[in-house]
Ligand binder design. Structure first.
Ligand SMILES: Cc1cc2nc3c(=O)[nH]c(=O)nc-3n(C[C@H](O)[C@H](O)[C@H](O)COP(=O)(O)OP(=O)(O)OC[C@H]3O[C@@H](n4cnc5c(N)ncnc54)[C@H](O)[C@@H]3O)c2cc1C
Length: 428
């Protein structure tokens, strides 16, 4: 599809402000949703009456689900940041799929599960007709259908709306490819689905946006937003945007026009504490691996089986790490203490910061630790400032444990303790 065949992008501005309470609250379909909503699709299904018990933005049940899946909760260290895992790998498809987001491990695995008959269907996310990036959930029944959904649709996808189709079609063995908020819903509602097997392939996810806001975002970060065919927030602190003609445009994170982007991220994504999709059977992302490789966390027995099914197609690499993530935290906290949406620093400072980030910043697993910790901290502060009464329900205990090494700095910067006092926490 070329840019000429696509609808024009909307450059008018974000569809909502951060101060507005509910994502897309003007949308008729979303009336009655909780104040934090990532439009995961669950409420489009006949199970919607269960939402108050299943939704991560009503009550985060990570510890209970982990107890059920693993017979324990997280240990200190990397499990706090990345969730419970039994193995971690750097890997890539030996024959990468050129249409994939990275090398195509996720869709190759979904397709393999159907080929082998391990599952009867896969919930995956394709693109709506006439668009490149508008998410359209699909209940794929053939390997070819899964493979056709390769590549990110980097906007909220109401994938769990397909639960009714799963039930109507009598599907008993299902795989779901989804984000953390979707997986939380699924895990809590698992018993209601009447399935004999549920395989959960997780992708990391952070700062997702609605489709109109994705279009707006591209107009703000690219010189040619209409011709972007692929983009990714890379481990070298730059956004890479590939265009129709194959050239890659790169923008330093520090050069993002934050004053223009303020307001595009939904309240739910800013209140999310599951960037690495910790309740999946296995998570396949990239941010803990070196450029060109994918990062895999195998979490459960089922996850081990899934990884083994994909292994013959994989080239295995080495995970590595470098730098010290804790060095950037004081500056990050200082920036967080200012009102959001500030103008960028002057160009020479931005150039210096970009250079330092690339040359001395955290790398490999340390990069993944850095970004997870920063998002935990930013989102904790977001909940505290916008939805303080929700803190005891939506902020899981591992957030405080993981950020504990920064507790003193936190108290100095924000004038309150990291861990809420019993009075602040209120009734559970
Ligand atoms: C909004 C978003 C943010 C992400 N942020 C990070 C990150 O910060 N760090 C990181 O390591 N990884 C992140 N990922 C995951 C990463 O970009 C790749 O999707 C993942 O590594 C799989 O690559 P692949 O080549 O194996 O996937 P492919 O084989 O190309 O398959 C992509 C799969 O992603 C699914 N998908 C696409 N869009 C969506 C969507 N909107 N919602 C649900 N599922 C979708 C499709 O169903 C498809 O199965 C993010 C993904 C999304 C959608």
């Amino acid at each position: 599809m070329t840019s000429a065949e696509l609808a024009p992008l909307d450059a008018d501005g974000p569809s909502k402000g951060l101060d507005q309470i509910s994502l897309l609250s003007s949308d008729e379909r979303l009336k009655g949703r909780p104040r934090l909503c990532s439009d995961c699709g669950f409420c489009d299904s006949s199970l919607k009456l269960l939402m108050s018990q299943t939704c991560t933005f009503v009550r985060n049940q990570t510890s209970e689900i982990e107890q059920r899946l693993h017979g324990r909760t997280r240990q200190d260290g990397d499990e706090g940041r990345f969730g419970i895992f039994r193995a971690m790998h750097a890997a890539r498809m030996a024959r990468p799929n050129p249409k994939a987001q990275w090398t195509g491990m996720v869709t190759a695995l979904g397709a393999r599960l159907l080929e082998l008959g391990r599952v009867e269907a896969v919930i995956t996310t394709g693109a709506a007709p006439g668009t490149r990036f508008k998410a359209q959930p699909l209940l794929a029944r053939t390997p070819a259908e899964v493979l056709a959904t390769a590549g990110n649709k980097p906007c909220l996808s109401p994938s769990l709306g397909l639960i009714d189709a799963v039930r109507e079609q009598g599907i008993k063995r299902l795989a779901v490819i989804g984000t953390g908020c979707q997986v939380h819903q699924l895990r809590v509602a698992e018993a209601e689905l009447g399935l004999e097997r549920l395989d959960v392939i997780g992708i990391p996810c952070s700062d997702n946006v609605t489709y109109p806001d994705l279009e707006y975002f591209l107009t703000q970060v690219s010189r040619s937003p209409h011709t972007v065919v692929h983009h990714e927030f890379m481990q070298d602190f730059r956004l890479w945007m590939r265009h129709e003609d194959g050239h890659v445009e790169r923008l330093n994170y520090i050069d993002f026009p934050m004053d223009k982007l303020h307001g595009i991220f939904p309240s739910s994504c800013l209140s999310c504490f599951d960037y690495p999709n910790t309740l999946s059977d296995l998570t396949i992302g990239y941010m803990g691996a070196s450029l060109g490789w994918q990062w895999v966390m195998v979490r459960t027995q089922a996850g081990e089986e899934l990884f083994d099914l994909l292994r013959p197609d994989l080239e295995m690499g080495e995970l590595s790490e470098g730098g010290d993530r804790t060095r950037g935290m004081p500056r990050f906290m200082e920036r967080l203490s200012h009102p959001p949406g500030q103008k960028r620093p002057p160009l020479p400072i931005r150039k210096l910061v970009a250079f330092l980030q690339r040359s001395r910043g955290p790398k490999g697993l340390e990069f993944a630790r850095a970004v997870v910790e920063m998002k935990l901290l930013r989102n904790l502060n977001y909940v505290r400032s916008k939805f303080p009464r929700f803190e005891s329900r939506v902020v899981p205990a591992h957030v405080y444990a993981t950020l504990a090494p920064y507790a003193e700095l936190y108290a100095q910067t924000f004038g309150r303790p990291l861990v809420p006092t019993p009075e602040e926490r209120g009734p559970l």
